[in-house]
Design a protein around this ligand. Sequence first.
Ligand code: AP5
Ligand code: MG
Length: 191
Amino acid sequence: MRIILIGPPGAGKGTQCQRLIDLLKVPHLSTGEMLRAAVKAGTPEGLQAALAMNEGKLVPDPLIVGMVTRRLEARDCRDGCLLDGFPRTLPQAEILDDLLERRAMSVDGVIELAVPRDELIRRMLARKRDDDDPAIFARRIASFEEQTAPLLEYYDRQGKLACIDGLGTADEIFERVKVAVTRFERATKGR
Ligand code: AP5
Ligand code: MG
């Protein structure tokens, strides 16, 4: 299964992916984690990414596409993966579709985790990652609304979107995620 998780910052994408890894036995590709590792290692990509990340902006499409392409071509992703934080713009989504199509693969389903802004802010204040400063966090929410939210319609038109209420305990939300995954499995068999 190849599943994308979409949601605003703090929606619980990473939290649900940790649970999905055990269920689906596929690797978890978090672009945020890849970028934070590159920043920590001080690679040229990391230095470029840090400029955008520290302001709560998205890193340039070519940089992230290069990173994800290399990762998707790895052997462990042959039978599927969880995409957390990618794609985040329409060009990224189109590039991903092209890339998979050339390998006779496709996205099986897209999970939207819907969480109201006040709850996102509560979670962010309880966590404190480097980019969880309130002003940067507000910018990350705005980036999501402006650049990433349009992807929901893109995948809905393809009949691949499952919108999930992201409020409740992580376990309660995972029950909803599993229902969506079952639906994706049925749809994939029918394709
Ligand atoms: P990224 O690391 O992806 O950050 P994000 O999208 O802002 O999301 P978070 O990781 O903050 O939240 P999450 O949804 O994973 O929630 P989590 O499970 O951690 O990206 C960082 C930056 O990298 C971006 O701003 C951008 O600059 C750049 N970037 C990344 N990908 C890119 C791309 N494709 N293109 C361009 N730029 C890109 O949960 C959050 C907190 O809430 C945790 O503390 C958790 O324990 C808690 N929590 C989780 N679930 C619950 C629950 N049900 N109830 C209560 N608390 C909960
Ligand atoms: Mg995350």
